[in-house]
Design a protein around this ligand. Structure first.
Ligand code: AMP
Ligand code: MN
Ligand code: MN
Ligand code: MN
Length: 272
C-alpha cells in the first residue's frame, strides 16, 4: 500500500486541479492520498472523499513560526466542516493576505513595483504565496528562475520573508485537534535547525498536542530516513510520509515516490 499524505493543488501553490491530482496519484499507484494545501481546504469542496480506487484523507498544511523559524504543521484526517477548521482557515487566509501586502511593500522598496497585484494575477484566485511572487519576478525578468527569486528576494532573511502574521504553533495544533485531526510536524529537516533546536521544537510541539512527524518527505537520503525514524521512535511519536508534490517536473518530488517507512515506527494511519 502506498500512503502519500502530503500534496498540493492549485488552490495553494501547486498547479494541478484536485481531480488532475487524484488522477495522477492513481497513475502512480497511490492507494491513500491526502491533499494538504497551505492554509486552505478549498480543494475538497467538489470532491467525494470515497473516490473509487483511492482513499482520500482530508488534510491541510498550516504555516506558523517558532522562535523566528517558519514551520509547517500538517493536520491529517481532519473534519473539514468543523468550526475549528473554519476558524483556522479564516484566520490564516486573512494573515496570508496581509502578509502578501507586506511582501509587496518590501519588494517596492527594492524597486519592484506592483508585485502584490502581479502575484495575485499569477495565483488567479484569493490565495497568494511566495511562489506566486516568484513566478511574477520571473515573468517580469527580475530573475531567471524560481530558485533565484527565492535566493534573492523571498527566501530566509530576504525582503519577502515576512513571518509574523501566522497564528502561533499551539493555536494551530489546537485547531487541528479540535477538528479531530492529527497534528504532524512537516519535513523536520527542511528547517535546517541544529539537532538540539530541532529536539526543542519537537518537545514544544508535543507539549501543545502534536502527535507525529514526517519521517519521509519526498526523495531523501537513506540516512535522513533512519535519522528521522530514530528521532520519531525516541520521542514516541507517530510517523508520516508524503511526497510534498506541487507540480510535475524535476524540481518537485513525484506523487507516491519516496522510501517506505522503516518497520520499527508506528505509522500515523493507525489512528485513521
Ligand atoms: P509561503 O507559503 O507563501 O510561505 O510559500 C512557501 C512555499 O514556497 C513552500 O511551500 C514551497 O512550495 C515554496 N518554496 C520555498 N522555498 C522555495 C525555493 N527555494 N524554491 C522554490 N520554491 C520554494
Ligand atoms: Mn508549497
Ligand atoms: Mn511545507
Ligand atoms: Mn507542502
Amino acid at each position: 500500500m502506498i500512503f502519500d499524505l502530503h500534496s498540493h493543488t492549485a488552490y495553494s501553490d501547486g498547479v494541478l486541479t484536485p481531480s488532475e491530482l487524484i488522477n495522477r496519484a492513481l497513475e502512480k499507484q497511490v492507494d491513500v492520498l491526502s491533499i494538504t494545501d497551505h492554509d486552505t481546504v478549498d480543494a475538497y469542496r467538489d470532491l467525494q472523499l470515497a473516490v473509487e480506487a483511492i482513499r482520500l484523507v482530508p488534510g491541510i498544511e498550516f504555516s506558523t513560526q517558532w522562535e523566528n523559524t517558519g514551520i509547517h504543521v500538517l493536520g491529517l484526517n481532519i473534519q473539514l466542516a468543523s468550526d475549528a477548521m473554519r476558524a483556522g482557515v479564516e484566520f490564516q487566509t486573512t494573515a496570508r493576505l496581509q502578509r502578501a501586502w507586506r511582501i509587496g511593500e518590501n519588494l517596492e522598496k527594492k524597486h519592484i513595483p506592483d508585485a502584490f497585484a502581479g502575484a495575485g494575477e499569477m495565483s488567479q484566485g484569493g490565495y497568494i504565496g511566495r511562489p506566486h511572487f516568484a513566478r511574477y519576478l520571473v515573468k517580469i525578468g527580475k530573475v531567471n528562475s524560481i530558485q533565484a527569486a527565492f535566493d534573492k528576494y523571498l527566501g530566509d532573511g530576504k525582503p519577502g520573508d515576512v513571518r509574523q502574521h501566522w497564528a502561533e504553533l499551539p493555536q494551530i495544533i489546537q485547531w487541528i485537534r479540535d477538528a479531530d485531526g492529527i497534528a504532524v510536524l512537516a519535513h523536520p529537516l527542511k528547517y535546517k535547525l541544529t539537532r538540539s533546536k530541532l529536539k526543542r521544537l519537537i518537545d514544544d510541539f508535543v507539549r501543545a498536542g502534536g502527535q507525529g512527524i514526517e519521517v519521509v518527505s519526498g526523495q531523501q537520503t537513506p540516512q535522513s530516513t533512519t535519522d528521522m525514524a530514530r528521532l520519531c521512535e525516541q520521542k514516541n511519536l507517530l510517523a508520516s510520509c508524503g511526497s510534498d508534490f506541487h507540480m510535475p517536473g524535476k524540481h518537485w518530488g513525484e506523487l507516491g515516490v519516496f522510501a517506505p517507512l522503516p518497520e520499527y515506527v508506528t505509522p500515523v494511519w493507525e489512528l485513521f
